[in-house]
Design a protein around this ligand. Structure first.
Ligand code: PEP
Length: 252
C-alpha cells in the first residue's frame, strides 16, 4: 500500500515573515494522520526557519533544487551538504520551470539525481511533456526519455528514496488540469517503464504524484485514480485552507 503524499512547492514566494505566518497557519489547520505525508518546499532563504518551526510537527521540509557537486566555485548554488546540515533531506529535482528557465538538462539532472542518491536524500523527480509534445502525441515518449536519461543509471535501492512527479507543463500554473484519465494513463505508463527496467515489485511501490493546477475542487478525482499517489501542488499550496483541503482529499 503506497502512502499518499501532498507536497507544496512554494516556488519564489513568501519572504521570511510570510513564511512564518503560513507555516503557523498550516500548523493550526492541518490534521496530521498516517494516511498522507505532507511536504512543503519554501525558498532556500527560509528553509532553516521552516525546519525550526516544524520540528515537532509531521510536515517535511524540502528544497526546490540543489547542485550536483559536493562544493566548489558555483556562485549562487546550494549543495546537498548545505541542505542536510540544516535538516533538509528532501529535494525537488527537474521541475519544468528549472528545465525551461535555467536550462536544466537530462544530463545535469542525471548528476543531481546521483548526488541525491549518494547523500541519501529523498528526490521528488519531476517529468512532464510540453503542450506541443502532447499535440504531436509524443507525451509518452518524452516522459519515458526523461526518466531513462536521468534516473536509469541508479540501482534498485535508490528508488526507496525517489518519488516521481508527473507534471504536464501545459497544466502548471495555467488553471488547465490533466483530466483524471490523462493523469492515470501517464502514471500507469510510468509504472510500466519502471517495471520493464527494474521489475514489477519496484514499479508497484514507487510513488507517483500528479502536479498541474491541482486545487481543492479537482484534487479528489485526480487522487482517486489507482496509480496517482498524491500531488505536487504549486499555487494552491500558498493558501493554508486550500492546501489543507487538498490534503484532506488525499485522505479519502
Ligand atoms: C508546480 O509548480 O509544481 C505546480 C504543479 O504548480 P501549480 O499547482 O500552480 O500548477
Amino acid at each position: 500500500m503506497r502512502k499518499k503524499i501532498v507536497a507544496g512547492n512554494w516556488k519564489m514566494n513568501n519572504n521570511l515573515s510570510e513564511t512564518i505566518a503560513l507555516i503557523e497557519e498550516i500548523k493550526q489547520i492541518i490534521q496530521p494522520d498516517n494516511k498522507v505525508e505532507v511536504i512543503i518546499a519554501p525558498p532556500f532563504t527560509n528553509l532553516n526557519k521552516a525546519v525550526e518551526l516544524l520540528k515537532n510537527f509531521p510536515v517535511t521540509v524540502a528544497a526546490q533544487n540543489m547542485h550536483y557537486a559536493d562544493k566548489g566555485a558555483y556562485t549562487g548554488e546550494i549543495s546537498a551538504d548545505m541542505l542536510l546540515s540544516i535538516g533538509v533531506q528532501t529535494v525537488i529535482l527537474g521541475h519544468s520551470e528549472r528545465r525551461i528557465y535555467y536550462n536544466e538538462t537530462d544530463q545535469s539532472l542525471k548528476e543531481k539525481a546521483l548526488q541525491a542518491y549518494k547523500k541519501n536524500m529523498t528526490n521528488i523527480f519531476c517529468v512532464g511533456e510540453k503542450l506541443s509534445d502532447r499535440q504531436a502525441e509524443k507525451h509518452f515518449e518524452i516522459v519515458e526519455n526523461q526518466l531513462k536519461n536521468a534516473l536509469f543509471q541508479l540501482p534498485v535501492q535508490a528508488y526507496k528514496k525517489i518519488v516521481i512527479a508527473y507534471e504536464p507543463v501545459w497544466a502548471i500554473g495555467t488553471g488547465e488540469t490533466a483530466s483524471p484519465e490523462q493523469a492515470q494513463e501517464m502514471h500507469a505508463h510510468i509504472r510500466q517503464i519502471l517495471a520493464k527496467k527494474y521489475g514489477q515489485d519496484l514499479a508497484r511501490n514507487v510513488r507517483i504524484l500528479y502536479g498541474g493546477s491541482v486545487k481543492p475542487a479537482n484534487a479528489g478525482e485526480i487522487f482517486a485514480q489507482p496509480d496517482v499517489d498524491g500531488g505536487l501542488i504549486g499555487g494552491a499550496s500558498l493558501n493554508a485552507n486550500d492546501f489543507n483541503a487538498i490534503i484532506e482529499a488525499a485522505k479519502s
